[in-house]
Design a protein around this ligand. Structure first.
Ligand code: ZN
Length: 205
């Protein structure tokens, strides 16, 4: 079963999610929720999906990044983004701690802001203390793109969207992104954005 993904403007995305008890995590409805969220994320496709995005205000998210998705990036961008495959897993009641506050700036999207993308600063490295789908405590240490995914998904559980954190000047349709900026590094895009107009465009004599 594939669930409908709620879009920005839906209040469920702007309400903090509640934590789940161990008994709830081990219950059949939550096991079923995890299975349909996994299928919905893969169908989209996306690398993460938080329960509020399918209309449920509980602190649960699924995450998966694959070698296949990464292989579709333009040359050099996987390394620039420090993006590596992450096996499917579930985070419940996560607590995020920034371990390296250096910010990386990259284009990011969200299945709940469909059709758009923007540059979002994210901390380089984080630790996440959470429960897994068996209600066991887990500590995750992540950096690079995986750290970005965790920050994005955990933001959803606290009613935040990337548009709250983005550089608003970089907000654009995916169509415009694919047309103009897809093959450029984000650093080069930001240099163009920040350049004085006479340097940003060809001279007209
Ligand atoms: Zn999202």
């Amino acid at each position: 079963m594939i669930l409908k993904i709620r879009q920005t403007g839906d209040l469920v995305l702007r309400r903090p999610a509640r934590s789940l008890t161990p008994a709830e995590i081990l219950s059949a409805p939550v096991a079923n929720l995890i299975a349909v969220m996994r299928d919905t994320m893969r169908d989209a496709p996306g690398v993460g999906l938080a329960a509020p995005q399918v209309g449920l205000g509980v602190q649960l998210a699924v995450i998966e990044d694959t070698a296949e998705y990464i292989s579709r990036l333009p040359p050099g961008q996987a390394a620039e983004r420090r993006r590596e495959p992450v096996p499917f897993h579930v985070i419940v009641n996560p607590v995020l701690t920034v371990e390296d506050a250096d910010e990386l700036h990259f284009f990011e999207g969200c299945l709940s802001v469909a059709g758009f993308t923007a540059v979002v600063p994210r901390a380089l490295a984080v630790r996440v203390d959470c429960l897994n789908e068996r209600a066991e405590p887990v500590t995750i240490r992540a950096q690079g793109w995986y750290a970005r995914i965790l920050q994005h998904e955990i933001d959803h559980l606290h009613a935040r969207l990337y548009i709250d954190r983005m550089d608003p000047r970089s907000f654009m349709t995916l169509d415009a992104f694919n047309r103009h900026w897809k093959d450029l590094s984000t650093a080069d895009f930001l240099r163009v954005l920040d350049a004085p107009p006479e340097n940003a465009e060809p001279a007209h004599e």
